[in-house]
Design a protein around this ligand. Structure first.
Ligand code: DP6
Length: 360
């Protein structure tokens, strides 16, 4: 599919008022998206686990206005409180999607959003937030274009979400989600995420993610700035090749449940992402001393107990511990005894692979 396939045909009747509610999950990338081209298109394909309990819930109220405005009008609330600091981001999002949803300018919106994880946890809510809002907007679109093909619904929700935040394209479907065109992944596209189309061993269907909150502060580098640093980065092309190769290598690993290979690939991805930041111009170190302490403890624990637990990182200091459900008790005891001391206020989030977005 190409971009223009997402422009709808002739509109039916525009509903006057209504309320729509969706919950969309956060996700954690195994093969990372880092670097983008204009139009929110990724420079390499990525794949993630959809999370279960870390999610955003959004209520969208719409009211038709008599004279369409130039840009959609909206008010946004986070946890019941007006959140004007989100206005620019949402405004840009509306601007980007208005060609694909031309009816938007005929409405005024009230967006009420809340995260199931603490706002100050340092966990990015843009993926789950943009996915939840996109799904709400798709419900409104469906009311206006009742004849649209139903298989377009989730694809377009992911397409819209991508225009809000790249990784949000992977926060619609459950399980494992792939985003980014890649020759050996059938159906893959730079425009939207797809359910990972290959066989996946049952161990990965209930994989656990303990998110250790090492640093709950504002991100030191926004992801937009981070992605931009890949332009002209001396190692950019090797990195994009590495991500493509990792995606290929992951296929038999996910099929066979090869945990040692999974661990080495996932940890290598996380460290490569940070290596890119450390070697960009300007350069950044987003890990904190606690991040490195945790990584070393994980390696030591794995060596001593042979428990298949590994880590991954996003563009920040927090650590995601990934492990099979059958190792839940042992790993959680290890977390409490050895790792929580490195977390800010001893805080962590317990999550696992989840089923994807839900209408609520
Ligand atoms: C390190 O999706 O937050 O988490 O497209 O600018 O909104 P924007 O970036 P964003 O980047 C996420 C980067 C990452 C890796 C990943 O999730 O794949």
């Amino acid at each position: 599919m190409i971009e223009k396939d997402f422009i709808p045909g002739v509109a039916g009747t525009l509903p006057e008022t209504g309320t729509i509610r969706w919950q969309a999950p956060s996700n954690i990338a195994l093969v990372k998206y880092w670097g983008k081209r204009p139009g929110q298109l990724p420079t390499n394909p990525s794949v993630s686990f959809t999370l279960d309990t870390s999610a955003t819930r959004t209520i969208l109220k719409y009211r038709r206005i008599s004279t369409p405005s130039k840009a959609p009008e909206f008010r946004i609330y986070l946890d019941g409180v007006a959140a004007p600091h989100f206005s620019d981001k949402i405004g840009t999002f509306f601007e980007r999607i208005s060609v694909y949803q031309p009816f938007l300018s005929s409405y005024e919106f009230e967006i009420r959003t809340e995260n199931t994880f603490p706002h100050s946890s340092g966990i990015a809510s843009s993926a789950s937030g943009m996915a939840a809002l996109s799904l709400c907007l798709m419900d409104l679109e469906r009311a206006i274009y009742p004849d649209a093909k139903s298989d377009m619904y989730l694809k377009k929700a992911s397409f819209l979400a991508r225009l809000g935040s790249g990784s949000a394209a992977r926060s619609i479907a459950g399980g494992l989600v792939e985003w980014g065109e890649h020759a050996s992944v059938p159906g893959s596209s730079d425009l939207y995420g797809i359910a990972y189309p290959f066989e996946v061993h049952p161990v990965f269907r209930s994989y656990q993610d303990t998110i250790l909150l090492v640093d709950k502060g504002e991100k030191q580098v926004s992801s937009t700035v981070g992605h931009a640093l890949m332009q002209g980065h001396p190692f950019a092309h090797s990195r994009f090749d590495q991500a493509r190769q990792h995606l290929d290598e992951l296929q038999p690993v996910l099929k066979e449940g090869d945990l040692p290979a999974f661990i080495s690939l996932v940890e290598s991805e996380a460290l490569s992402l940070h290596a890119m930041m450390m070697s960009s111009n300007p350069y950044f170190i987003l890990m904190k001393p606690g991040t490195l302490e945790i990584i070393n403890r994980i390696w030591e624990y794995r060596r001593e107990t042979r428990t298949p637990v590994c880590f991954t990182l996003d563009a920040g200091a927090n650590v995601h511990l990934l492990y099979p459900a059958e190792n839940k008790e042992a790993v959680r005891a290890f977390v409490k005894e050895e790792l929580l001391v490195f977390c800010q206020d001893g805080q962590y989030l317990q999550d696992q692979v989840g089923p994807g977005a839900l209408r609520i």
